[in-house]
Design a protein around this ligand. Structure first.
Ligand code: MEV
Length: 417
């Protein structure tokens, strides 16, 4: 088989799928499954990315119990992993009736223009031409400027590198309710020739930075000692201490946060890779650190906090093309991107708390196993009435396998007859 499929992109979706079917010996069922769509049609998909042959589904669950800044909010989450939606819902329940407080910075994203071979005095020249540069950039996006956004400021940095000194111009752009990559990249590209002319340097990269240090969301919640217990609070603080000093644990700690954040990014059509890149780079600025923090207040309650870059949008990109994204935003009941970022931060904190609490208490596997056992029962042929009984029996005996599920099922059915 050759992967060099010249002209593949010019075929229709159906033609591409048939070609892949033949080349990879897919069965009719497999071909039908991959080409089947939900509410994202093949026509829309074909406009979103290249070489489309189908779409992929993920479960969407609703995280319940959240109060964010005094408002009850239902949070859709798209994720394949069991226990994440339940974990967030449960953590949020334990914060009621107060819930989470959250806030965010202005939606300021950074664009980078890399200059090489910059002559002495480049930095000063760029700062002196700041207004002109802002005018050029904002001339490219009048809609954004009319909405109050656009380029607001610039910074110049200099870094030594294996290829000599690099001068980096950061443009700071208020992207309003968009994620902003298109606007920022366009501005970087249109400023670059002016910077070359102004300084005599050579412009190389012109692109957004996902390390969105000026576009942050912060959230906080209190878990009362009467609700979760003093012993659990101490254990959570122990677990948090390990994440503070050990990158091996910190990676998993932050992964648990991103379980929630990504699930909100995906369901709302946001770029979850950008969220991941931003979060981990932000966590690494002063050595890799947890994105959340935990302390005890004067009452001995647990105070959890999160601070995380949130380059999210509610307009543009996949949000326009994917109908689910719009429905998810409607369920969230939000009007602006900053509210989405704040909610995602709350979910990240909730998932982190839920994971820590489960791990220090009974371990994470019990919750996972419950769902897993149910899937095993279904795989053994149990119907929806039989599955809970089979699951319960497997969990009781701590024997979770298709063979054991079939054995229980046979017994159940023979009793019935
Ligand atoms: C699993 O997806 C996430 C956890 O490993 C997070 C953590 O350990 O804190 C449970």
């Amino acid at each position: 088989m050759k992967s060099d499929l010249s002209g593949f992109y010019e075929l229709t979706v159906e033609e591409r799928l048939n070609k892949i079917k033949k080349m990879c010996s897919l069965t009719n069922e497999e071909t039908e499954a991959i080409g089947k769509t939900g509410c994202l049609s093949l026509i829309s998909s074909d406009r979103m990315i290249e070489n489309v042959i189908g779409t992929l589904e993920l479960p969407i669950g609703i995280a319940t119990n959240f109060i964010v800044n005094g408002r009850d909010v239902l949070i859709p989450m798209a994720i394949e992993e069991p226990s994440v939606v339940a974990g967030a819902s449960n953590a949020a329940k334990l914060t009621r009736p107060t819930g989470f407080t959250a806030k965010s910075t202005e939606p300021l994203m950074i664009g980078q223009i890399q200059l090489m071979d910059a002559p002495p005095g480049t930095k000063e020249k760029i700062y002196a031409a700041k207004d002109k540069i802002i005018n050029i950039a904002n001339g490219k996006d009048s809609t954004l400027v009319k909405l109050g956004g656009g380029m607001k400021n610039l910074e110049v940095r200099e870094l030594p590198s294996p290829r000599g000194k690099i001068t980096i111009v950061h443009i700071i752009v208020n992207v309003q309710d968009a994620m902003g990559a298109n606007a920022v990249n366009t501005m970087c590209e249109c400023i670059a020739p002016f910077l070359e002319e102004l300084t005599g340097a050579r412009a190389v990269l012109k692109i957004i930075s996902n390390l969105a240090i000026y576009h942050l969301a912060k959230a906080e919640a209190i878990w009362k000692k009467e609700v979760i217990g003093e012993d659990i609070i101490e254990r959570i603080l122990d677990a948090y201490a390990l994440a503070q000093v050990d990158p091996f644990r910190c990676a998993t700690h932050n992964k648990g946060i991103m379980n929630g954040v990504d699930a909100v990014m995906i369901v709302t059509g946001n770029d979850f890779r950008a969220a991941e890149a931003g979060a981990h780079a932000f966590a690494s600025i002063n050595g890799y650190k947890p994105l959340t923090s935990y302390t005890k207040n004067n009452n001995g309650d647990l105070v959890g906090k999160i601070e995380i870059p949130m380059g999210v949008g509610i307009v543009g990109g996949a949000i326009n093309s994917n109908p689910i994204a719009k429905i998810a935003l409607k369920i969230l009941g939000i009007k602006h991107a900053n509210e989405l970022g704040e909610i995602a931060a709350c979910v990240g904190l909730a998932n982190n708390f839920a994971a820590l609490r489960a791990i220090v208490k009974e371990g994470i596997q019990r919750g996972h196993m419950k769902l897993h056992a149910n899937n095993i029962a279904l795989a053994a042929g149990a119907n929806h009435e039989e599955a809970p009984k089979v699951t319960q029996e497997m969990l009781k005996e701590n024997k979770i396998s298709v063979a054991y599920a079939s054995e229980i099922l046979n017994k159940l059915r023979s009793k019935k007859n």
